[in-house]
Ligand binder design. Structure first.
Ligand SMILES: CC(C)=CCNc1ncnc2c1ncn2[C@@H]1O[C@H](COP(=O)(O)O)[C@@H](O)[C@H]1O
Ligand SMILES: [Zn+2]
Length: 350
């Protein structure tokens, strides 16, 4: 029975809209990177958060994991390998459309620049396409909230340049980074600029408690999608006014169950705010966030949502199909819906 369910969720065609590149690096890719850089003396436990592993002062500790991964991924060669591996892994997991996001990084020691960083990600996406990997991939350039106004402005310029030069592969901008650091008000002008030049916006919002003011500000832009939104509703310290804003614009939420449970912003799977939004009929998309760091994949997240909230395979099919309407590539909608229809008979004969 368990095996059949596994197979169903793996074969279910899926859309992944919230995946940070360096958080998605798998165990086997980390091994290849460690072999390239033995002098760093990095061990496996430093790049992933396994089940039951819990620490105090949690959020900021978790973000240290990314520092370790960034040490391992610091050349264009690494970025190319990591991006291609991540794309192939999502494809092998049944993801048919993937929006990857990543923060352009400069590494003085290796000569990698923010521009060559993005160029390399794009090159990897193109190579996978040419190699026939069965997945459509788009890219969101990420702004790390920690770095303030000026860097955010530069990043928007970079994203705009690539949006124009890549024939639509760069579709938007992500706002992420340690939510306990910095304030969204400093980033508003950059986010507005991005929106005005045609980049779609996906913003990490109310990922930790007590950010109602910031969320209010950011929701006024308004964003095109929301990452997490864990503390938006009144029952968890948000407000009805925040919920009303999200409802008014019908802004889809990207929901990452394991990330929130392991990140300890949600106490257990059954307490996850997925249920609040799903029951309301609000567009809710199940995503992984950082499949490498949290040792998960998208099929597992679908299966967890189904078993936790007692949803049928038919419900989960509908959820994955509706995610198509939440992508930043409306030009692909028809093609993706067609694909889902073609695949449906094989799934429901299992
Ligand atoms: C507890 C925990 C780690 C939660 C995960 N929730 C997150 N919230 C905000 N930003 C994130 C999260 N996960 C990854 N990121 C962002 O993605 C980066 C890693 O991917 P990349 O280097 O941009 O390719 C991190 O440095 C951070 O800026
Ligand atoms: Zn995230």
């Amino acid at each position: 029975m368990e095996k059949e369910a596994d197979l169903f969720y793996r074969q279910l065609p899926k859309v992944e809209l919230h995946a940070h590149l360096n958080g998605s690096v798998s165990f086997s890719t980390i091994e290849k990177l460690m072999a390239r850089k033995p002098h760093l003396n990095i061990e496996h436990g430093m790049t992933a958060i396994r089940s039951g592993q819990r620490r105090k002062l949690w959020m900021s500790m978790c973000f240290k994991v990314f520092k370790v991964i960034h040490q391992l991924v610091d050349t264009e060669e690494d970025i190319l390998m990591v991006t291609k591996d991540v794309i192939r892994e999502f494809a092998a997991d049944g993801v048919k459309y993937l929006e990857l996001r990543s923060t352009p990084r400069k590494e003085t020691t290796t000569g990698m620049t923010k521009r060559t960083y993005v160029e390399t990600v794009i090159q990897a996406i193109r190579q996978c396409k040419n190699e026939g990997v069965d997945i459509e991939v788009r890219f969101l350039v990420a702004v790390d909230r920690r770095n303030g106004t000026e860097v955010a402005m530069e990043t928007v310029k970079l994203a705009e340049d690539f949006m124009l030069s890549t024939g639509g592969l760069v579709v938007g901008l992500d706002l992420s980074g340690d939510p306990t650091v910095g304030h969204g008000r400093d980033l508003l002008p950059a986010l507005q600029k991005a929106k005005n030049c045609g980049l779609k916006l996906s913003l990490h919002l109310s990922e930790v408690p007590s950010q109602a003011d910031e969320s209010e500000l950011l929701l006024n832009i308004p964003p095109d999608r929301i990452g997490h939104g864990t503390f938006l509703h009144p029952e968890v310290g948000g407000s009805q006014s925040l919920v009303d804003k999200v409802r008014k614009h019908n802004t889809p939420l990207e929901l990452c169950l394991t990330s929130n449970v392991k990140g300890q912003t949600v106490s257990s799977y059954s307490q996850h705010h997925f249920l609040y939004w799903y029951q309301m009929g609000h567009p809710s998309v199940i995503c992984t966030d950082d499949k490498g760091v949290f040792c998960t994949d998208l099929s597992q997240e679908y299966q967890l949502a189904a078993s936790t909230f007692n949803l049928s395979q038919e419900d989960m099919w509908t959820l994955s199909q509706k995610a198509i309407d939440c992508t930043f590539s409306p030009d692909l909608n028809q093609q993706l819906h067609q694909r889902w229809l073609e695949l449906r008979p094989t799934l429901f004969q299992l």
